[in-house]
Design a protein around this ligand. Structure first.
Ligand SMILES: [Zn+2]
Length: 154
């Protein structure tokens, strides 16, 4: 039996941009938009069933919200993962830039969209359905996995 992980969704406040990007890379739907004020964040959380991640004590009163106390990204990730029972979900990675869904490209499709070096050294490519950004597991990917492993999240 595979372990069932909760499909939690989040909205992060203006202070938590890095955390939001990492949650997206871990496979969790996380809204982060600097234009959202506190009222919009709580409205969105309620309308879409998202948990609020915030550094603000007022916003942290939202049902299920987490008051993120640390400044350190490692500690923040651990805090959120522990609270909501999150693990890296490689098949559900989202666009780190915009939170869009990623769709896998064929190698033919990718050829036109990525630098030649990346095309030669990778077999799998994904494109964001929202902003169009194309991703592959380049050299930075090892660093991402190192961090997730070190934190016990992978
Ligand atoms: Zn995107």
């Amino acid at each position: 039996m595979t372990e069932e992980l909760p499909n939690s969704k989040f909205v992060a406040d203006q202070m938590l941009g890095s955390l939001a990007r990492w949650l997206r890379m871990m496979g969790y739907d996380t809204v982060y938009d600097k234009k959202l004020d506190d009222a919009s964040i709580s409205g969105l959380a309620r309308a879409e069933g998202r948990f609020v991640l915030t550094r603000d004590k007022e916003l942290a009163r939202e049902p299920g919200a987490l008051l993120v106390e640390s400044d350190d990204l490692d500690s923040q990730l651990k805090e959120v993962a522990t609270r909501y029972g999150l693990k890296f979900r490689p098949e559900l990675i989202r666009c780190s830039a915009c939170n869009g869904d990623l769709a896998e490209l064929t190698k033919d499709q990718a050829k036109e969209m990525v630098p030649e070096g990346a095309f030669i050294s990778n077999d799998r490519f994904w494109k964001c359905g929202k902003c169009g950004k194309v991703f592959w597991k380049g050299t930075h990917w090892n660093g991402i996995m190192d961090r997730l492993n070190r934190l016990g999240l992978a």
